[in-house]
Ligand binder design. Structure first.
Ligand code: FUB
Length: 338
């Protein structure tokens, strides 16, 4: 969606939006939702106006802290639990606290977050708390072997935790091959296999990777990896995993084409077979989501820029019910009922 189209359509889209912002006193984005002890917790980015001009690397996304939100039921208000972590309290991080996620194990809570080091390279850190809403205490160093952005942690039925991560362009994933950084690396050519996100199982103490990260491959119905030029389907950022009736659903943003899509597989590592779109374009440049079951129903958490009048970097989190049909296909959602 170009800025021009967005501005022209904004009043119409705002009037027909299927959901209202969950939070209106702050700008929030990239909502990662989890149910802990029967309560829903949302871990979003906290968007601010930092005064940095727009560029394709996303430098205008200059977030400094995280707030956690609590909901007691799907219809209740999202309660702001306050500042959960600030960049000033993360010894290794310099700026840009982008999309976070959280996990729980043995009564402790872990907040995973990307941030840029002083040299401008993204890594992923972890912070711990005795409470789901924090405040969280950060580890002094980022997770060894982590890079890029958008961590999403999935707990499988056997208790193993896996982190998916990665995002191209400003998220720097294209700079890595086989976990090694080189500044000359770029996205593959259009007819080459697309870059996939990464996955690594977490260590028992939840603070490190238990293995080197490997690529998650998304294939088409013929089992062929999606191509880098297939912008309407290839992975860009915002990985997420949920499991429904024994199937692993890997969902993600296509970035420059602004879709949330999904692919299915039979294990956390993939490969995942492309299935279709979950969410069509939202107002704003980015789209980023999570999927969580709460009180017996599946919900899609997402964001758009309606509340800020279309400002790319000032977004608002929303939620709406997500449905799987009898064959397990996810019914596509249009955020503006088009
Ligand atoms: O919020 C900053 C970045 O924008 C996230 O990391 C991306 O997924 C996109 O939503």
């Amino acid at each position: 969606m170009s800025d021009e189209t967005e501005k022209r359509d904004l009043p119409t889209l705002a009037a027909s939006a299927i959901s209202s912002p969950l939070v209106t006193h702050l700008y929030t984005a990239d909502p990662s939702a989890h149910v802990f002890n029967g309560t829903l917790y949302i871990y979003p980015s906290h968007d601010i106006e930092g005064g940095t001009p727009f560029n394709d690397n996303g430098d205008h996304f200059c977030m400094e802290d995280y707030h956690v939100f609590r909901m007691d039921s799907p219809d209740s208000k999202a309660v702001d639990c306050g500042v959960a972590l600030h960049v000033n309290d993360v010894p290794w991080a310099a700026r840009q606290m982008w999309a976070p996620d959280a996990a729980s194990k043995d009564g402790r809570y872990y907040l995973y977050f990307p941030a840029k080091r002083a040299d401008g390279i993204f890594q992923i850190g972890v912070a711990m708390s005795e409470r789901p809403e924090g405040p969280f205490i950060a580890e002094p160093e980022p997770i060894r072997g982590s890079y890029s952005i958008d961590p999403a942690v999935y707990e499988d039925d056997d208790g193993a935790h896996y982190m998916y991560f990665g995002g191209i362009w400003g998220g720097q994933l294209q700079k890595y091959r086989d976990n090694v950084y080189a500044s000359i690396n770029e996205e593959p050519m259009a007819d080459e296999p697309a870059l996939g996100p990464r996955i690594a199982r977490l260590s028992d103490d939840m603070r490190q990777f238990a293995e080197a990260s490997r690529e998650v491959v998304i294939v088409d119905q013929n089992g062929q990896p999606l191509r880098a030029g297939d912008h309407a389907r290839r992975f860009f950022e915002a990985p997420w995993l949920h499991k429904h009736q024994g199937t692993y659903y890997f969902s993600y943003s296509t970035g420059d084409t602004h879709f949330i899509c999904y692919a299915t597989g039979d294990n956390p590592y993939g490969p995942f077979t492309y299935q279709g779109q979950i969410l069509s374009e939202v107002v704003g440049w980015t789209t980023h989501h999570s999927i969580c079951k709460f009180a017996g129903k599946w919900y899609l958490f997402y964001h758009d820029s309606i509340l800020s009048g279309g400002a790319t970097h000032l977004r608002s989190i929303k939620m709406t019910e997500l449905r799987h049909d009898a064959q397990g296909r996810i019914l596509r959602i249009d955020p503006y009922g088009r």
